[in-house]
Design a protein around this ligand. Structure first.
Ligand code: AMP
Ligand code: GLY
Length: 426
């Protein structure tokens, strides 16, 4: 057996491109496989044409390639029980990503809210509505002030949250959701008090023993339009660090949210080994949880990975093996800004297959997201979010200017990007 580690990373977005880039710098890395990956990840390892939710194919890839570590990039396979499946088909192979019990923190907003309630973690007041308690749910809505927040309980591809200004409209939207607007995902609907403040994303690694490490904090930009207007997207850019997430704020986050979350998982018998993504909102200096995710954020990962100064591979191996207390994670003090270029029309309908120019001449970090190779070997667009340029600076203005200079050198038919990433924090 070699002392180098073969790694299988599951996913295909900019997040996985950033994780692959980081792992590829590790002197401990043997072979890196990305399943399915994109046109950019093939520069860091071998892409395998496998769906992360096809557990048999994942298990076969683990065995065929003598994989020493499996890393789940996205939530779907985790919520569906990937850890449990691999424990049977590939026993003893370490994995980063919780079992279905822990993944319920993202897979069920009702579970997540109850978990926070059980462990005294600050979050918006809520009530979970079903067809059975609809009258109580309407009364709860009437007791709140506008705007009204309605969330499908289950996974809804990022579309399951509605924020509605009018009470009557909120009541009828609740009915539509319960009637199946998001399929089974909205058979339960979490109604929440609206919280006002600036959001940020805090990422935690934990190993099932109570040890945890907090990774660089980031902020993403979800709306398609400048000044945070227009439709919600998967994310148009990101910044790390976040100026308001200073020591005072982060001390509160650690004490009130990170520790009770990690300890709460242990108290409930959940062996959670993986990333915890805390979607937080700063309400007048007090951090509150908007949501948990059981993976890294996208496009936050595109700025978090470059800001991790330590080797990530031993840290992830330690997460999987319950040895995180042996590991220190250093952060690069510089600021990183990622700007995402998207296909015109996104998040609505958009064209695919557009040739991307300028990739050979651009200098710096480019993370591919929705890209593929065409029959002639050219890199073409294959998704809404196409790629992100990432640059460092001594402050947000410098890093953003450098990231925009890179992105301006890349072109494809219909390319669009916001020009104000980070501006609200300057
Ligand atoms: P989620 O899918 O839970 O992250 O919700 C999507 C977005 O809706 C969040 O990133 C917030 O911008 C917003 N949101 C969710 N819950 C609340 C809330 N209780 N108050 C204010 N905004 C919210
Ligand atoms: N950027 C937010 C997310 O990944 O859910």
């Amino acid at each position: 057996m070699s002392d180098k580690l073969n790694v299988l990373l599951l996913g295909s977005g900019g997040r996985e491109a950033a994780i692959a880039w980081k792992l590829n710098q590790s002197p401990l890395l043997g072979k890196l496989f990305i399943a399915p990956g994109n046109a950019g990840t093939s520069a860091c390892g071998t892409n395998l044409p496998i769906k992360p939710t096809d557990f048999e194919a994942v298990a076969k890839a683990v065995k065929d390639n003598a994989v020493d570590l499996v890393i789940a990039g996205n939530e779907d396979p985790l919520v569906g029980g990937l850890r449990e499946a691999l424990a049977v088909s590939c026993p003893g192979v370490p994995m980063v990503g919780p079992g279905a019990d822990g993944a319920a923190l993202e897979g069920s907003k009702d579970f997540a809210k109850d978990f926070m309630g059980r462990h005294g973690i600050p979050t918006a007041r809520h009530l979970t509505a079903t067809k059975e308690n609809i009258e109580e749910a309407r009364d709860f809505l009437r007791s709140l002030e506008a705007p009204y927040v309605l969330k499908a309980d289950g996974l809804a591809a990022g579309k399951g949250v509605l924020i509605i200004n009018d009470l009557d409209e909120a009541i009828s939207s609740l009915d539509e959701m319960l009637a199946g607007q998001f399929g089974a995902a909205s058979a339960k609907v979490v109604i929440e008090e609206f919280l006002s403040g600036i959001e940020c994303s805090v990422f935690v690694l934990t190993d099932g023993t109570g040890a945890y490490r907090i990774l660089p904090v980031a902020k993403d930009y979800k709306r398609v339009g400048e000044g945070d207007t227009g439709l919600n997207t998967g994310g148009m850019g990101s910044v790390s660090p976040v100026p308001f997430a200073d020591k005072t704020f982060m001390d509160k986050v650690e004490k009130r949210i990170v520790k009770p979350t990690v300890n709460g998982l242990i108290a409930e018998g959940i062996d959670y080994r993986g990333f915890i993504f805390l979607g937080l909102i700063n309400v007048k200096g007090e951090p509150m949880v908007i949501e948990y995710n059981v993976r890294m954020g996208d496009p936050e990962t595109e700025v978090v990975m470059p800001r991790i100064a330590s080797d990530l591979l031993p840290a992830l191996m330690a997460v999987a093996n319950g040895k995180l207390s042996d590991i220190a994670i250093e952060q690069d003090p510089r600021t990183a800004v990622a700007v995402m270029a998207v296909s015109g029309g996104y998040p609505g309908s958009y064209a695919k297959g557009k040739v991307i120019n300028g990739l050979d001449t651009v200098e710096g970090i480019v993370f591919h997201a929705g890209t593929a190779k065409d029959d002639e070997g050219r890199t073409v667009t294959s998704g809404g979010r196409v790629l992100a340029t990432v640059a460092f600076g001594d402050n947000i203005a410098e890093a953003a200017a450098a990231s925009y200079a890179m992105l301006d050198g890349i072109s494809f038919d219909g390319k669009y990007n916001r020009r104000d990433i980070g501006k609200d924090l300057m």
